[in-house]
Design a protein. Sequence first.
Length: 110
Amino acid sequence: MPETIRKAFLLKLKPDALDEYIHWHDNIWPELQAEIANQGIAEITLYQIDDTIVLVSEVSHPEAWTRLWSSDVHKRWGELMSPLMHYHEDGVIDSRELREIWHFEPGAAG
């Protein structure tokens, strides 16, 4: 089994966009779900503080997120999200990757 890589990002919402952002994630497209899995993203959790989303994920490949963000289905999702979030001119989410500095799993130490 490939080693799991944890990735985390900060994403910035536009003012008053949280409710609609949650709505679309509660109703995520099946084809986007499939693409997420195809790119090796095993798990995604979103947290919110003010107008910032903290995205925490487990992936099987370091470039999984880059590949997802470059996919056709995610580009369409990006069009839907563009009124809600900040994006770069190339259509990629304006995000900052967080650097993991500590992780603990009870019982994982040998």
